[in-house]
Ligand binder design. Sequence first.
Ligand code: GAP
Length: 450
Amino acid sequence: MSKLEDIVSLCKRRGFIFPGSDVYGGMAGTWDFGPLGTMLKKNLMDAWWNYFVEKRDDIYGVDAAIIMNPKTWVASGHVATFADPLVECKECKSRFRADKIADGISESVTTDEFIATHTKCPVCGKENWGPIRKFNMMFSTHVGAVLPEDTQDNPELAAKNVAYLRPETAQGIFTNYKNVIDTIYPSLPFGLAQQGKAFRNEISPRDFILRDRECSQMEIEYFVAPATWEENFEKMRAAQHDFLENIIGLNPNHIHELEVSAADRAHYSKRTIDFMFDYPNGEEELMGLAYRTDFDLTNIERESGKSMAYRDKITGETFIPHVIEPSIGVERIFLAVLSTAYTEDEVDGSARIVLKLPSNLAPYKFCVSPLLKNKPELVAKARAVYDQLRQKYTFVTWDDSGNIGKRYRKQDEIGTPKCIVIDFDTLTDDTVTVRDRDTAEQVRIKIADL
Ligand code: GAP
């Protein structure tokens, strides 16, 4: 099995991630987080929120609706340009994202350029392609009490009721920029942050949770005076490295910056750095840092007829701020964290799987158990220790399944940093054994010092 398959298997076995709608045979491009995955995901999102919002004085949170006025996506350019190159094999009718099956071509590839790569169909092996067509990735839906028969002969009414599931959280931030200026009027530079779901009808969802049709994003739109964009871009770039490497513990040697060429940049960006990560199946985009200029605010001003100008508090000068945007997919950092933590090693002469998660991310920090579960006095003492810790902390778990060796293996696999074991000595001297997940070393300490 490849390392990615090992991680997928661990995720299902231990309740981190299940295929979406598993009981009905799944739903391509969707995944469900189980009890442990939900905790790890929340810890990741909380770590990001704490680092970028709670600990800073210049970034504020917003939580906007997922379904937005459709004008949003006209103004943002998504209706016109949020599309991937779709190509169909004329032999077997399979459809692919052209830039993902041919080497060395970009998203803006033309039919002639694609044909010249002599790519064979990954399904039937033939080389007989139709033209490249642009496939818009937004999911559309209808809002309000409109029946299909109402719009059958009335395309205008149909168009009027179309809404989209947001393909990025960013627009929920931009559309609230004016509300924030009118209410709390922060000094420039300032940022607005949002975490939440985003939806993309990906042509080929793949690589476990790396490319999904429904994902979660954590984005900041950082508003700056136009002349200061470069220095703020550099500060934001450094902050991303600090978060990824020092807060969630990714190996800096596995993160590579890619300066995105003008041809490959999103329609709104004048400069983009993709932070690439060495995943088990190869290098892939982890997150992006983009200079969006005044693209979005200018478009909103035009579509809404409302001024997006900012009035400088000292000079009184008015202008439309420019924007630096760091954008991270939660599933992508989730997989980066898991691939970093997943380790196979040997302890006491036997092989084990261990998730060496940073303790701030681990679903549980402590596991409490009695050495033997059929000794009522040990169980009662262990319960008392557990209850005492549980009153203070949410991240303590109880485990009295199997024997102690099996419990250690299970806690290693779910990444619990410390196992606290109550044995017969505990009954006389109030000390417990604390076992370290990574070294398997055990120390004896007083319950009062836990
Ligand atoms: N607002 C800018 C924006 O959305 P993007 O490069 O399209 O930019 C940002 O997406 C990040 O969102 C990516 O770097 C990735 O981490 C994540 N992401 C995008 N599409 C994704 C998908 N289909 N599945 C999982 N994560 C995705």
